[in-house]
Design a protein around this ligand. Structure first.
Ligand code: G4P
Length: 534
């Protein structure tokens, strides 16, 4: 039976009803379509088609740039809140392009669960696999939606096997498909013993749901042709024998994923999935921090910045920092402490993101995401509290995989360029290194498309044409160790040393061999491919 009680009756009801999650998928599996149906059932949009327009805009490169200019759109799509039954869902958007994986990683630090969408004909694809690994690092609970069942798809057991094998996670069916492709009738809901039939006539109509007393109920035969019914009974019997039963604790621990079958475009299976998120996607979880963990039901407010979006309005250079509330009940106008600088900060214009609009957030609870407009004080990884010196941990910065030199078309504008680059570094859009020798900058990213986006943004937002050019280096590593040892090392290796935007020492090279050698020759130093955001 579906359990709709909160797993934590001790939590304040407003916190216990929150579900903060992201959708992970390979491009084209149906993330945009599913998001749209979520918003439709959540009452956040009136019409199908509103999100779709944005999803399509994201696909082509030129449109992507255009959309980046139209910052408003990407901001409101970054976090969306809506109610579904007793629940408040906060859906956090993960950037679709694989070039933005670091951004994606940080987005996943702000959610308590992920919905993995796979295409029933294609199974687990490369991008799904990568994103899944990121979820696994954080033991995030994962709920799976196997989409496009209205098309020819793979055998149900085969899909489940593939997920189990490729992703090393137990899979338990929450529903079982009846037929496939043109013969797809709907699903048998294994959690509620109901028959759900798909309506092909109206794509936005929610499927008919028929209560059934188990698989022997004669009413099944009224809706499912005999041959299909025999197959359904046989398959479910086999599934019950061979596949693990739903274990909510294992789902919470991230070792088991329930799978729903459906067709997002036909609105089929979506409500069942949403019920599943309510029941098994956890309420706001404790947040790791130093020197102590933050529990969601603490009365005092604490939160951390996981994303910064700059230059919403190029004339004002304003930014929106996305804050995930880790604890407490936030009210507009509250004075919080910006822990990194120890300065007070009045949060008077927080925004809450409703699918098509931004609204002032009068209040928010642990689990919610609010946007805080600011002028650059807030950086990724920053913690805000009601005074306690807590620092949220686990928000890493990754060493870039591609390095290029950058030059301004106008040599008189080097200071401008530095300012622009620093801003992108703080926004998390790129790593910026200032070499110890020479006057230029080296910019590091994880995917080549980011160079183009950066060049276009620097030109648009700062009126500065720039050129990226090949660098002699291909890898960068943060150097840590005793201060004097780091300084001595930097002095001897000047030609390979740069400083990042926090002033930390970075070693650059094109040879893995160099990195291995340094690790051998300087045992007191460590060369690291990640660093915690300050
Ligand atoms: P994405 O965000 O994961 O990239 O996927 P998106 O939702 O954009 O869906 C990708 C394509 O798959 C779209 O088709 C969409 O209509 C289709 N699709 C989504 N869900 C289903 C489903 O349940 N069944 C079927 N048959 N198709 C589905 P498109 O041709 O790219 O766009 P459009 O012309 O349909 O708008």
């Amino acid at each position: 039976m579906l359990d709709t009680r909160s797993n934590r009756p001790d939590l304040p009801a407003e916190i216990a009803r929150r579900r903060t999650f992201a959708i992970i998928s390979h491009p084209d599996a149906g993330k945009t379509t599913l998001t749209e149906k979520f918003l439709l059932y959540g009452g956040a949009i009136q019409m199908a088609g509103q999100v779709r327009a944005k999803g399509e805009a994201r696909r082509t490169r030129s449109d992507f740039m255009k959309m980046e200019q139209d910052r408003g759109i990407s901001v409101s799509a970054s976090a969306m809140s809506f109610d579904f039954g007793q629940f408040r869902f906060n859906l956090v958007d993960t950037p679709g392009h694989s070039d933005f994986s670091e951004d994606t990683y940080r987005t996943l630090t702000a959610v308590d669960a992920a919905v993995m969408v796979i295409d029933g004909a294609k199974g687990v694809e490369s991008q799904t696999q990568k994103l899944f690994e990121v979820c696994r690092m954080r033991d995030l609970p994962i709920l799976t939606f196997c989409n496009k069942m209205d098309r020819e798809s793979r055998d149900t057991f085969e899909i489940i096997d593939e997920i189990q094998e490729n992703l090393a996670i137990d899979v338990t069916p929450a529903s079982w498909p009846i037929g496939m492709g043109r013969d797809f009738l709907g699903c048998y809901d294994l959690l509620r013993d109901r028959l759900e039939l798909m309506d092909r006539a109206d794509r936005n109509k929610v499927a008919e749901s028929i209560a059934i007393e188990g698989l022997d109920d004669p009413r099944l035969a009224e809706h499912v042709p005999a041959a299909m019914l025999a197959q359904l009974r046989e398959e479910i019997e086999m599934a019950r024998e061979l596949l693990p039963a739903l274990d909510p604790q294992a789902v919470m621990d991230g070792t088991m994923t329930p799978i729903w079958f459906g067709s997002a475009i036909n609105s089929f299976g979506v409500k069942e999935l949403m019920d599943g998120i309510g029941s098994y996607g956890p309420e706001p979880q404790p947040q790791s921090a130093s020197p102590r963990q933050i529990a969601p039901d603490e009365t005092k407010v604490a939160g951390f910045v996981f994303k910064v979006q700059a230059n919403m309005d190029p004339k004002h250079r304003d930014r929106v920092a996305f804050l995930r509330l880790a604890s407490g009940h936030f009210r507009r106008g509250m004075k919080l402490t910006h822990v990194r600088t120890k300065k007070p900060m009045a949060v008077s214009n927080p925004v809450l993101f409703l699918a098509s609009d931004r609204e002032l957030a009068e209040e928010a609870w642990a689990g919610d995401i609010i946007g805080i407009p600011n002028h650059g004080q807030l950086r990724i990884g920053d913690t805000l509290t009601e005074g306690e010196a807590l620092k949220v941990t686990g928000i890493p910065s990754f060493a870039p995989e591609l390095l290029q030199g950058v030059r301004s078309g106008d040599p008189m504008k080097t200071k401008h360029l530095e300012k622009a680059l620093m801003q992108f570094a703080e926004e998390g859009a790129a790593k910026v290194f200032k070499p110890m020798i020479g006057s230029g900058f080296i910019v590091g990213v994880v995917g080549a498309l980011q160079f183009e986006v950066l060049a276009s943004r620097i030109e648009l937002e700062y009126g500065l044409p720039v050129r990226f050019e090949p660098s002699q280096f291909t890898s960068a590593r943060w150097v840590t160790g005793p201060k004097t040892a780091v300084e001595k090392f930097a002095d001897v290796n000047k030609g390979h040393i740069a400083y990042d935007n926090d002033g930390d020492v970075v070693y650059m090279t094109r040879l893995q061999w160099d990195i291995d050698r340094i690790e051998r020759d300087y045992p007191e130093l460590s060369l690291s491919a990640t660093k915690e955001m300050m």
